[in-house]
Design a protein around this ligand. Structure first.
Ligand code: FDA
Length: 306
């Protein structure tokens, strides 16, 4: 628990970020969790997943962006990404973070960027808004609702709900009533007890409760977890309720539990792998280390071996 908190705090440390990003060994280690730095590197990784019957959600790494020129560059990359997905014919949708699209600069700028991207994606290309720390939960849901109720009535967009937040049951109710597509995950940030369950048992129990609500009444939910207990609970519940396996999808992160990913596909379940690419991999890598501090040993061994 201590290691998790420490790693999550370090994830926000800019000095450490520049040190780690400049180190060529850590850049190599990040490759275990990241599908390359460019679109041209990421697309073949997706094709490789597709060949195993797995779909992808491509995510351009980057968050907490405070410079307008960087936000513009992110929008441009997503526009090129839509084109690359179309041209290559890979089976992929995209994920993005609102703080990479200007949420911390100006909410209106962020909304306009989202509307532009959703229009460019077209009705058949789904765009998932990742959920960031609790400082952004309400703003993210508000912006999502605004897109949903806008004149264009965007329906190619969905959100993420984290089972560690106490508020999530209520949020799920609202989203189920809207008919919105939800990805359910446990949550990856360092949150205070006042708003998040501190114990894993409670986070897991809430996950199962919310999963059931989504699988029964949600629209094509994404059950995002590597936890075999959560996966079994989902499979059992769907069987018990006679819900077909094509009514939801499991989702995992690139490079994590590849064995489980292919097993689920072999057993007739849908699987989507969140596939990040780009150069801003530091906070993403730190959150992956925080989830499983044993990964830190893998990192240290690699550094010491050189
Ligand atoms: P848990 O942490 O209990 O892990 C269960 C088991 O999975 C571990 O015992 C280990 O075997 C394996 N495992 C988990 N993490 C690992 C790692 N990093 N390395 C190696 N093995 C690991 N969070 C968020 O706050 N906002 C978001 O938008 C998203 N989006 C998202 C998309 C997708 C597709 C996934 C799978 C996850 C997210 N997350 C996220 C992250 C999520 O909140 C959570 O932090 C991780 O998925 C870890 O939780 P698990 O459900 O895997 O369970």
């Amino acid at each position: 628990m201590l290691a998790r908190t420490l790693l999550l705090r370090l994830a926000e440390n800019k000095s450490l970020e520049s040190l780690v990003r400049r180190n060529r060994w850590s850049a190599r280690i990040a490759r275990r969790f990241v599908a390359g730095e460019t679109i041209d590197e990421a697309i073949p990784s997706v094709a490789g997943l597709n060949a195993q019957g797995i779909s992808a959600s491509l995510d351009l790494l980057g968050e907490s962006v405070l410079r307008a020129d960087q936000v513009d560059a992110t929008v441009d990359t997503y526009l090129r990404l839509f084109q690359a997905i179309r041209e290559s014919g890979v089976d992929a949708n995209v994920s993005l973070k609102l703080t990479a699209l200007g949420l911390d600069i100006d909410e209106e700028l962020c909304y306009c960027n989202m509307a532009r991207l959703l229009s460019a994606a077209g009705p058949d290309r789904f765009v998932r808004i990742d959920m960031e720390s609790s400082a952004y939960t309400q703003r993210t849901l508000d912006l999502f609702e605004r897109l949903w109720n806008s004149e264009q009535r965007f329906r190619n967009v969905g959100v993420v709900i984290q089972s560690y937040l106490r508020r999530s049951e209520e949020d799920i109710e609202t989203l189920v009533k809207m008919g919105a597509r939800v990805r359910l995950c446990k949550g990856a940030y360092d949150e205070p007890e006042s708003i998040a369950f501190p114990n894993k048992t409670d986070v897991d129990e809430n996950y199962v409760r919310l999963m059931r609500r989504l699988v029964s009444d949600g629209v094509y939910p994404g059950i995002a977890t590597h936890d075999e207990k959560m996966i079994s609970a989902t499979k059992d519940y769907a069987l018990e309720q006679k819900i077909e396996p094509d009514q939801f999808e499991f989702q995992m992160l690139y490079g994590i539990r590849r064995d489980l990913q292919t097993d689920l596909v072999k057993n007739g379940y849908r699987m989507r792998v969140y596939t990040p690419f780009g150069t801003y991999w530091y906070p993403y890598l730190m959150r992956r280390l925080a989830e499983r501090p044993a990964n830190l040993m893998f990192v240290l061994k690699n550094i010491l071996r050189r």
